[in-house]
Design a protein around this ligand. Structure first.
Ligand SMILES: Cc1cc2nc3c(=O)[nH]c(=O)nc-3n(C[C@H](O)[C@H](O)[C@H](O)COP(=O)(O)OP(=O)(O)OC[C@H]3O[C@@H](n4cnc5c(N)ncnc54)[C@H](O)[C@@H]3O)c2cc1C
Length: 438
């Protein structure tokens, strides 16, 4: 397997690419970069295509579970980004009652702005061919000719082509590609029932808890992130958000105070100051999706979106990205014929179901609570000190051994995380935080 090294391509004017990679990855979020990193570790040649440019904000609670942490400490200089340490989870009712529990393992808070860029750069440093700001428009399956295996041909929005033996789609919850049926149907009118929004705040009094403010029709999480900042991120029924006019939602604190009617949340946010724009996302629909299509493997949210209140979407993305790359590498390590490569999808599908099937069933039951009347929400919240840690354990990726992962007991302590390299350190110092008040 020849390593073509790390070439930054995607600038306009470059000739279309012709060399056939082992793997094309579509999407440069946690799932895509984890897939690229694992594939490189296993000696595959990889190209990865991402329509955005980093750094960029992304709607996310930015709660990094202990399970995510284990992988991130292996892949990037995670501790050097100064993530906040989160030891507790608190649920706050509209009447201001607080029910909390200690997390079984401390989590972290880090913005997706820093996290996703760090993962992207790690994949580049590992020798993947990076296509930043180069969205994939279509993929085509080229049938086997003269005993050669099936190949995939990708065409980007700007017309650049890529070819590979294997394809991993890691394009998140809502994507559209000609040649593969995706969740965003043409026209895009159909969608989920939820709307997400987030903004960063400064000057909020520090705590080591992730705070979940719940109300009929939604919830808003408040999590400490790097540099003493806070991330406020909500998920509300689209009906509640329908009249959110653009100018109004720019002031996140006032908008969520009106939508939620939650006094304690309003007080907490108004004590701080918003330092980023408000970013929004819709539609959001928690659901399991297919794990593969005609030999292409889906990972992360592309294979299914678990309710955000579980706080484990990033971990599932990282783990499933790695798992997809591992299954593909194993099928490519032999004769590289179509028969051998056809073994990857069923193996991946089975392992993915084993790892997350139960999480979806449980999260679906819990989701009903978001729509429940406040008296029912209150009585369930009162049982959280007992129930919370148990629910958390049951919505996590399972059977780590099947992913080639070590368990937490087998892992070296976090201090083993690698140091920042010179480029990362210089980038971190120059990070232009959006501290402009809105
Ligand atoms: C409101 C909300 C709060 C959440 N809070 C948390 C939390 O606190 N903790 C947690 O662990 N998880 C949380 N999640 C879930 C988490 O954000 C996702 O599970 C995670 O981002 C999935 O990673 P991914 O790589 O699969 O997808 P993404 O992070 O969405 O990455 C997919 C990438 O693919 C790119 N892409 C899409 N189409 C194309 C194309 N055609 N060509 C090229 N690139 C393309 C996109 O630009 C994107 O960068 C939350 C989600 C929501 C909606």
């Amino acid at each position: 397997m020849e390593d073509v090294g790390n070439r930054a391509v995607g600038a306009q004017g470059l000739a279309p690419l012709q060399s056939v990679k082992d793997l094309i990855v579509i999407g440069g979020g946690p799932a895509g970069t984890a897939a690229a990193l694992e594939a490189r570790r296993r000696g595959l040649t990889v190209s990865i295509w991402e329509r955005d440019r980093f750094p960029r904000h992304k709607v996310c609670g930015e709660f990094i579970s202990a399970e995510s942490l284990m992988i991130l400490e292996e892949e990037i200089s995670f501790a050097a980004y100064r993530p906040a340490v989160i030891r507790r989870s608190e649920f706050i009712s509209p009447r201001g009652r607080v029910h909390g529990f200690a997390l079984p393992h401390a989590a972290r808070g880090l913005s997706r702005r820093l996290l996703d860029r760090a993962l992207w750069r790690a994949a580049a440093a590992r020798g993947a061919e990076m296509h930043e700001g180069e969205g994939a428009r279509s993929v085509e399956r080229i049938p086997p000719v003269n005993g050669r295996p099936i190949e995939w041909e990708l065409r980007s929005v700007s017309g650049i082509k890529g070819r590979s033996l294997a394809l991993a789609i890691c394009a998140g919850r809502w994507w559209s590609l000609e040649g593969i049926p995706g969740p965003a149907k043409s026209g895009g009118a159909h969608g989920g029932e939820w709307f997400g929004a987030k903004a960063h705040f400064a000057k909020i009094s520090a705590s080591d808890a992730v705070e979940m403010y719940y109300f009929p029709g939604g919830y808003c999480g408040l999590a400490p992130i790097e540099d003493g900042l806070y991330n406020a991120c909500c998920l509300v029924e689209r009906g509640l958000a329908r009249d959110a006019s653009r100018p109004e939602i720019a002031d996140f604190a006032s908008w969520i105070a009106r939508v939620s009617g939650h006094g304690a949340l309003a007080d907490r946010l108004r004590a701080g100051s918003q330092i980023s724009m408000t970013v929004t996302t819709a539609p959001v629909e928690p659901a399991r999706r297919r794990a593969d299509h005609h030999g292409a493997l889906m990972a992360g949210d592309a294979a299914g979106f678990l309710d955000p209140f579980t706080g484990d979407g990033i971990s599932i993305a990282l783990q499933s990205g790695r798992l997809a790359a591992r299954c593909l590498a194993e099928s490519l390590n032999g004769k590289r014929d179509s028969e051998e490569m056809a073994q990857a999808p069923p193996v991946y599908r089975g392992k993915l179901t084993e790892a997350v099937g139960r999480s979806y069933r449980l999260a679906g039951l819990l989701r009903a609570l978001v729509r429940a009347p406040s008296w029912l929400q209150e009585s369930v919240a009162a049982s959280l000190p007992w129930l919370g840690p148990r629910l958390e354990a049951r919505t996590r990726w399972r059977n780590a051994a099947s992913n080639g992962e070590r368990t937490s007991a087998e892992r070296p302590a976090a201090k083993g995380a690698r140091q920042l390299d010179a480029r990362e350190a210089s980038d971190l110092n120059q990070e232009p935080l959006e501290r402009k008040l809105l």
